[in-house]
Design a protein around this ligand. Structure first.
Ligand code: C2E
Ligand code: CA
Ligand code: CA
Ligand code: CA
Length: 278
């Protein structure tokens, strides 16, 4: 019997490819990180092109263990979406982002909105509204200072349900942005029905802003947004050439390394303080 068990172990060991092992390692790291508070929130400034001012920021999760282990959200978010751990990670991020924003608003350092990414798993929780309301109550942040970024994949899974959830979030006073717009498969007929405030133009389009095809795509997205009375945010702006092109095409808000990389809460406070007119 013991031999059989041993063989099976060997078999599984052989069959497990590197990817599966990596997945398990990440899953375990996430579990440990949730227990020991290794998830931190960084903030990337969003700038208004017309005023040159900070209008808000996007909260981006970072895994930082005391031993210095760094795992990119590009790796652990997709895995945690599969394991379901993204729900807990997402709530840690939302709670920390709301608490930080409340402090910054109270101290007069910031106004505007903090944008938090909402995963599909979170979006589809039956008690999502209640969970968000309790975090707002707990932290004291006004819903008017919160924006949620959701992707096309999240809302196109069950558009009718999504429309209802989005209306409930809007009714609380929370703003909604469609993230990575243009990379998914959202249909224009639904886009009209989604109660959105903002379209976020994916970095892939911004990267191509210098080409005529790229320009045409961005122009199209901005035209759609205008027709639906939505504001536009360009993500991944890295060069002043891209900035100029995006601004010329009428993009309202710009975000990217050109202005700042994602910052720790301490660094963000410095960034915001330096924004204040002297
Ligand atoms: P995203 O929502 O599209 O976030 C933008 C990503 O682009 C971030 O990567 C940001 O650091 C990066 N970025 C911003 N400006 C530039 C730029 O000028 N150049 C380049 N090359 N990159 C730029 P990050 O922080 O690694 O996050 C990756 C993805 O992980 C995010 O993509 C988002 O889908 C997901 N994510 C991050 N934090 C959370 C979270 O708290 N919850 C959920 N559900 N997903 C998250
Ligand atoms: Ca985002
Ligand atoms: Ca994005
Ligand atoms: Ca993106």
């Amino acid at each position: 019997h013991a031999k059989e068990k041993g063989n099976r172990y060997l078999f599984f060991n052989k069959e497990m490819n590197k990817q599966a092992v990596k997945r398990l390692q990440v899953e375990n790291l996430i579990r440990q990180g949730l227990k020991e508070d290794y998830f931190h929130v960084y903030y990337q400034p969003k700038m208004s092109f017309s005023t040159g001012k900070l209008v808000g920021m996007e909260a981006l999760v970072r895994f930082i263990s005391p031993s210095g282990t760094l795992v990119s959200p590009g790796t652990f978010i997709p895995i945690s979406e599969e394991t379901g751990q993204v729900v807990e990670i997402g709530e840690v991020v939302l709670r920390k982002a709301c608490a930080d924003m409340k402090r910054w608003i109270d101290s007069g350092l910031m106004s505007g909105r903090v944008a938090v990414n909402l995963s599909a798993r979170q979006f589809n929780l039956p008690n999502l509204i209640h969970r968000i309301e309790s975090i707002l109550l707990e932290t004291g942040l006004s819903p008017n200072n919160l924006e949620l970024e959701i992707t096309e994949g999240t809302v196109m899974d069950d558009p009718q349900h999504a429309i209802q959830v989005m209306h409930e979030l809007r009714a609380l006073g929370i703003q909604l942005a469609m993230d990575d717009f243009g990379t998914g498969y959202s249909s224009l007929s639904y886009l009209r029905k989604f109660p959105l405030n903002t379209l976020k133009i994916d970095k892939a389009f911004v990267d191509d802003a210098g080409t005529s095809v790229g320009r045409a795509m961005i122009d199209t997205i901005i035209t759609i947004a205008r027709n639906l009375s939505l504001s536009t945010v360009a993500e991944g702006v890295e060069t002043s050439t891209q900035e100029k092109l995006m601004a010329e095409m009428g993009c309202d808000v710009l975000q990217g390394y050109l202005y700042s990389k994602p910052l720790s809460s301490k660094e963000l406070a410095h960034f915001a303080a330096n924004q204040q007119p002297v």
